[in-house]
Design a protein around this ligand. Sequence first.
Ligand code: ZN
Length: 193
Amino acid sequence: MKQIFTFPLGQLQANCYLLVSDGKALVIDPGGPPQAVLHKLTELGAELETVLLTHTHFDHMLGVPALLREGVRLLVPEKDAVGLTDGQYNLTSLWGMGFLPPLHADRLLREGDTVTCGEFRLTTWHTPGHTAGCSCYLTDSALFSGDTLFEGSYGRVDLPGGDPAAMQRSLARLMELPRPLTVYPGHGGAFVF
Ligand SMILES: [Zn+2]
């Protein structure tokens, strides 16, 4: 069995996704205090194995330190690893929102890399534009799109690492994915694309 739960977290209510399968759990983009996520893990008796980031903006990772512990690994797109320690890149120093201790990735992800959790198998799509390394993760007919693709719009490209031309190329690639596809964006509700 595969389950997906959504928790808008933090001041910017970024969507945190909890994937659970066979008693194993993976969390995508915990952007604020993750108490609700921890409660759900306890309720389900699921073991958290992986915290996965679509990119390293603070509103997608302020909750990471509260989830990391022995046996939990942090997976980050390779070209966004800079944001784990750079307050300019992750916007904490620019916007002054939240404190983030320096983080360390256990694994850096590139295009095509896969991440598994129980029966879930996610494939990394490197989709730069919003940031230099931001990535989407595809599993079955679901796409976790971070701040790359929203319903009817896409992420801003004027922040550190942003690139309008790269965003156009990334969106063009996503348009070629087999449909229908359920998109789970970084902000706002899921939608069928
Ligand atoms: Zn962002």
